[in-house]
Design a protein around this ligand. Structure first.
Ligand SMILES: Nc1ncnc2c1ncn2[C@@H]1O[C@H](COP(=O)(O)OP(=O)(O)OP(=O)(O)O)[C@@H](O)[C@H]1O
Length: 385
């Protein structure tokens, strides 16, 4: 969809901002460009909508060199979001958002209706916020209007330059979450500039880590964190890259331990015999619908005089995550419940349990999977204990 072929940009004062850059962004993909200040991220992005012209090489959009496109027509096909939203200060929020549809020749009423729809889409009530002016909005609200405005012409491509850079971490977290959700539905082709590795990893399908004027590594967040291509990338992603990787590695069924399961209304005697036969010291207890109720130690069932059903001896346990949740969430849940394991479910169905050891193995297997190309479910690693 977007392709850089050997693109360099040297500014008139002799600064080489970008040097022989080649990479591709697939249709519907969100690529984050991340790196320290001055490494050429913004220059890269602005060559797509021709706010900057390359000195050599070409940028192709859908296979066509953008240098041959009419710049105005090109920019109508490309949404552009900048820090602070870049709104017109003397126009209302509704008119700011309607600007592109108007430019595209929509009648005023239709353009405004479309703008109202978009404000709704980014979580702003058009009746409340539509009539306001940009200086009557919070930083986060301005950013949302910036996103709404960029989406207004329904462009297939979005360029976003530190769009969430000017807000506090809590608002930023929310904007990122909402944007991911929106992108899940809209599937735009997005180039997203940030200097924040956490943001790059969270949002990007792939991330391009910049050194000076060039890309040092272009890969999925998990691969960049798991196997930095150069010492520069390793230093940039940080010594805690293992921790960051927890956020981008999902829990898979193959990561789980499968302890014996009992039902609440199983009779104690049979349950105790079952666990003894398997040599199990405990079992997960499921309710009638097969959902998680808690757990029971084998010795509680085999104690002299124990009777009734498993339910009478079970302990409640409410720590669970859905399969596919990031390991970070699983670990957080484990800590919050101060538990040595948590249940993993698929809808209402109990799948198995994740322990700290299993979590560590999942992480190691995902690193191995990325570096060897073998699917994680098939990776076998040695472990102690
Ligand atoms: N118009 C210009 N004239 C001369 N040099 C420029 C111009 N615009 C950018 N540069 C230089 O090109 C280099 C790359 O700048 P660019 O804005 O692309 O970096 P960036 O990675 O986006 O940085 P930041 O995160 O600080 O925005 C920098 O050294 C910058 O000073």
């Amino acid at each position: 969809m977007i392709r850089f072929e050997n693109v360099s940009k040297r500014y008139p004062d002799g600064t080489t901002a970008v040097d022989a850059l080649s990479f591709e962004v697939r249709a519907g993909e969100l690529v984050t460009l991340v790196g320290p200040s001055g490494c050429g991220k913004t220059t890269t992005m602005r060559m797509v909508n021709r706010l900057v012209e390359p000195t050599s090489g070409s940028v192709l959009l859908d296979g066509r060199d953008v240098a041959e496109a009419d710049a105005v027509a090109l920019r109508r096909r490309i949404g552009y979001v900048v820090q602070q939203g870049g709104l017109f200060p003397h126009r209302s929020v509704l008119d700011n958002t309607a600007a592109v549809p108007l430019l595209l020749g929509r009648p005023r009423a239709a353009a405004r209706a479309r703008a109202a729809e978009l404000l709704e889409l980014v979580g702003l009530d058009p009746a409340v916020f539509g009539p306001r002016y940009p200086d009557q909005l919070s930083g986060g609200q301005r950013q949302r209007v910036g996103v709404a405005r960029a989406l207004a012409g329904d462009p297939p491509v979005l360029l976003m330059d530190e769009p969430f850079g000017a807000v506090d971490p809590v608002v930023r977290d929310r904007l990122q979450r909402e944007f991911l959700d929106l992108q899940g539905r809209l599937r735009k082709t997005v180039l997203f500039v940030t200097h924040d590795i956490e943001e790059a990893v969270r949002l990007g399908d792939r991330i391009a880590v910049y050194g000076e004027g060039r890309i040092e590594q272009y890969d999925t967040p998990a691969a960049v964190l798991g196997a930095p291509a150069t010492p520069w990338v390793a230093q940039f992603v940080g010594a805690d890259r293992g921790l960051k990787r927890l956020a981008v590695t999902p829990v898979l069924p193959g990561d789980l331990e499968e302890p014996p399961t009992l039902r609440l209304d199983d009779p104690v005697g049979a349950a105790a015999a079952d666990l003894a036969a398997r040599g199990a010291r405990w079992a997960v207890v499921l309710d009638r619908a097969g959902g998680l109720h808690g757990w029971v130690p084998a010795e509680a069932l085999s104690a002299p005089g124990a009777q009734g059903t498993v339910g009478g001896h079970a302990r409640r346990m409410a720590a669970w995550v859905p399969v596919g949740a990031p390991l970070k969430e699983a670990f957080g849940t484990m800590l919050r419940h101060d538990a040595g394991w948590i249940a993993v479910t698929d809808g209402d169905r109990f799948l198995g349990v994740l322990t700290p050891t299993r979590l560590h193995m999942a992480l190691r297997r995902s690193v191995e999977a990325d570096s060897s190309g073998v699917p994680r479910e098939d990776v076998r690693i040695e472990s102690v204990g």
